[in-house]
Ligand binder design. Structure first.
Ligand SMILES: NC(=O)c1ccc[n+]([C@@H]2O[C@H](COP(=O)([O-])OP(=O)(O)OC[C@H]3O[C@@H](n4cnc5c(N)ncnc54)[C@H](OP(=O)(O)O)[C@@H]3O)[C@@H](O)[C@H]2O)c1
Length: 263
């Protein structure tokens, strides 16, 4: 049975990726990891489609979604992976959507992507790197003992085309760009290391295309309508890229249509 973990399961793309995966793999088991409860819309959809749902145990069963709350601190990640290891879980794949571009909080106020060097500040830059690059690396580290050494598997993190250094012709968005570029380097480096021990594993980063989620909301106005994709359409394309990959592709960075992106 396929067992796939989705980190950032509650986001716009996270929810759509789970739905698309279960539509095409109804006998699979999904470990859905998020900071919050399962969103009502996804929960209702799972009920309507007769998938079973659990928040209280990690019993792997076909057609089951196991919702795992995690605050993504290093200790909480260790505890999560240890729980899975103790339950003898082997992952067929891991997909993480975790990332942020803008956020508003009582602590920091309104953090928007920095257009000019004057807008840079240490706290915001650190948070971009922590969430967009460091967390995905810690997730990969934690998943390592759960990945099969001889069977095909994947670890994919959603990145961003703006994280390509070669493709940066516009400037702006310093912290988001730089943290996604750092993610690329961390995943590329890990792909080289894992090749020695996990010969059938594909590690990589996929750019989902501009998708209608909370993350892109403030930046959708100037986009032509045909360049903004629904989460469902992006999810279908992301899975189609993942399904086309194998171990020889490990260490890659791809556009949503499967074409390689330059570093
Ligand atoms: N949408 C686009 O147009 C677009 C374009 C290019 C790349 N991407 C990339 O695609 C991925 C998914 O984005 P999306 O569009 O689905 O956005 P989204 O709806 O905002 O989802 C982002 C996910 O990241 C999680 N996250 C954010 N900050 C976090 C933190 N501090 N700690 C732990 N988790 C955190 C969110 O969890 P919470 O809900 O708990 O905050 C959520 O699950 C991101 O990596 C993004 O950079 C998106």
């Amino acid at each position: 049975m396929q067992v796939v973990a989705v980190f950032g399961a509650n986001g716009g793309l996270g929810q759509a990726l789970i739905q698309e995966y279960l539509i095409t793999n109804p006998q699979a088991c999904v470990l859905a990891v998020a900071r919050s409860e399962c969103p009502e819309a996804l929960f209702n959809w799972l009920q309507a489609e007769n998938f079973s749902f659990s928040e209280s145990d990690v019993e792997i069963d076909p057609g089951r979604v196991i919702w795992q709350k995690c605050n993504f601190s290093e200790p909480s990640l260790h505890a999560l992976f240890e729980l899975w290891r103790a339950a003898n879980i082997e992952l067929s794949g891991l997909l993480s959507t975790i990332g942020w571009l803008h956020q508003e909080s009582a602590e920091h106020g309104n953090w928007q992507p920095e257009r000019r060097i004057e807008a840079l500040n240490e706290a915001q830059l650190l948070e971009y790197f922590r969430v967009n690059a460091i967390l995905p690396a810690l997730i990969l580290q934690g998943a390592k003992p759960l990945l099969p050494k001889k069977e095909p598997s994947f670890v994919i993190q959603l990145g961003a085309k703006v994280g390509s250094i070669t493709d940066n012709h516009l400037g702006g968005w310093y912290g988001y760009r730089a943290s996604k570029a750092a993610l690329n380097m961390l995943y590329k480096t890990a792909a080289i290391e894992f090749k020695r021990t996990h010969k059938q594993l594909c590690i990589g980063v996929i750019h989902p295309g501009t998708t209608d989620t909370d993350l892109s909301k403030p930046f959708q106005e100037r986009l032509p309508a045909d360049k903004l994709y629904s989460a469902a359409a992006s999810a279908e394309r992301i899975w189609s890229v993942i399904n086309s990959l194998d171990a020889k592709d490990s260490g890659g960075f791809w556009f949503w249509d499967g074409k390689p992106l330059p570093w």
